[in-house]
Design a protein around this ligand. Structure first.
Ligand SMILES: [Zn+2]
Length: 465
């Protein structure tokens, strides 16, 4: 079988500090004016660039070739100067951001032409800057690194070019060189936010007199530890068992996602109710009510996403700390093909954002100096990890291998396969799971009936679910 193992994308040490801005009325109006101009510039630049791209496509050029033909410099020279009087250097920052979007589009097309992208990913040229639901322009301002200063004590962001001293709420977590700040208006929350990019550990200290370009937040380093051993681990991600993890020393850990499921049904129910109320309001011609209900739907969706992310981060933090203590220096995460594609029903798609979970694991692993690899391969759950033959799957999550008619828990089989195919290490023996429940206030050991009843000489790694 053809295995693809990618190292996780390199970390350039940049972290985001997100704060809520508290502008007064006049400041709010000014932000709105600036943001409107920025969105207009983005859309004009992008219009010009898309025209050239599609023109090349019409002439029969490939996507990649067409993307390469786009005259980035010409559009920049024509459009950016029209906006510098109002936006200052932020006009160039809008262009830079659009340029980055086109570069990433070209990068994806190149990867695709080399067969390095999963087949269902179809790159598309950058879109216009507008709110998907309201159709209005998104309010967004990219502020260049030298245009602003953050005072974490007084909780003020100063942008002298715009004569703005904006108060904010929130903690400034990271210390380091300040990069771009993005300001945007959240329609659902009716509030302005700023996301400040901080390159942690890269502050200029040569003469120590450049405080304007340093964000003086709390943490000065991303790394908290180095690996203390050279073990490896395989991670299989799933819906009910969020993560099943096998370490080369024979440890097997499972993280149950019951809380995630409860949250999902809670939010799903409330959202469905609001949506049907909204459609009733629409047929009754009550646009005001309709808009209010939709704003509430958006708020709930965001809240659900935030809670899910919080659970993922709890899982990642517990898992990586456990692995670090056991001396793991590299982890292999299986890309969940099966669930993403074959069993991608509405429930599993909505409850589970595996990319977010993988990102959370990668971010935590970096703090401990643990390398992360993503293993792209089909069949990690349908083939026996020991005999590489197709197994029979039962609905109870047990697989039966035709060679010797032995049984394995499917989550264990998946993790064993990922570990073996990623690192070449095959773990033998009767593994018993250490079982954990992921909750909002942390991760707790699950009732250990599972581990005492599970796993015996005849049925290694079986536990009742
Ligand atoms: Zn087998």
């Amino acid at each position: 079988m053809d295995v693809t193992v990618f190292p996780a994308p390199e970390d350039n040490g940049t972290r985001a500090v997100v704060v809520r801005l508290l502008p007064n009325g006049a400041q709010g109006r000014k932000l709105r004016r600036l943001a409107n101009a920025a969105a207009k510039l983005w859309n004009e630049l992008n219009y010009g660039r898309r025209q050239e791209y599609f023109e090349a496509r019409r002439r029969g050029l490939s996507q990649l070739e067409s993307a390469r033909r786009v005259d980035m410099r010409g559009t920049r020279k024509e459009l950016v100067p029209k906006y510098t009087e109002l936006l200052g250097a932020a006009a160039w920052e809008v262009e830079r951001k659009n340029y980055e979007a086109w570069s990433s589009f070209r990068g994806l097309l190149k990867a695709k032409s080399e067969g390095k992208l999963p087949p269902w990913i179809h790159p598309a040229p950058p879109g216009y800057w507008k709110d998907e639901e309201t159709g209005r322009r998104k309010l967004w301002i990219p502020v260049r690194h030298e245009m602003y200063a953050v005072d974490p004590e007084a909780k003020v962001i100063h942008i002298s070019r715009y004569n703005l001293r904006l108060r904010f709420a929130g903690e400034v977590r990271w210390y380091g060189k300040q990069e771009r700040m993005e300001i945007w208006y959240d329609e659902a929350r009716r509030a302005w936010y700023a996301s400040i990019a901080v390159k942690v550990g890269a502050e200029t200290t040569r003469n120590g007199t450049k405080p304007r370009h340093i964000v003086q937040g709390a943490r000065r380093s991303i790394a908290v530890a180095r690996p203390i051993g050279d073990k490896v681990a395989g991670i299989d991600l799933g819906v009910n068992i969020l993560a099943s993890v096998v370490v080369s020393d024979g440890t097997w850990m499972i993280y149950k996602g019951a809380r995630l499921k409860e949250d999902y049904f809670h939010f799903e129910g409330r959202i469905a109710k609001l949506e049907s109320e909204a459609s009733r309001a629409k047929s009754a011609g009550d646009e005001k009510k309709y808009n209010r209900l939709w704003a509430e739907v958006r708020r709930l969706k965001r809240k659900w996403a935030a809670r899910r992310l919080h659970l993922y981060r709890n899982l990642a933090s517990h898992l990586i700390h456990e692995l670090w203590e056991r001396g793991v220096s590299a982890v292999y995460v299986g890309y969940p093909y099966d669930i993403a594609r074959e069993r991608g029903n509405k429930y599993s798609v909505n409850i589970w954002a595996y990319r977010e979970l993988i990102d959370a694991i990668e971010a935590k692993a970096r703090e401990y100096g643990i390398s992360v690899y993503e293993v792209y391969e089909r069949g990690t759950s349908s083939h026996c990890a020991y005999h590489e033959v197709e197994v029979e799957r039962s609905p109870r999550g047990v697989v039966t291998c035709p060679v010797g008619n032995h049984k394995l828990h499917s989550d264990l089989n998946g993790a064993l396969n990922i570990l073996r195919r990623g690192s070449g290490v095959l773990v033998n023996g009767n593994l018993k799971p250490l079982s954990f429940i992921v909750d909002h206030n942390g991760v707790a050991p699950a009732n250990s009936i599972a581990s005492t009843k599970g796993g015996n000489a005849q049925n290694p790694g079986i536990y009742p679910t």
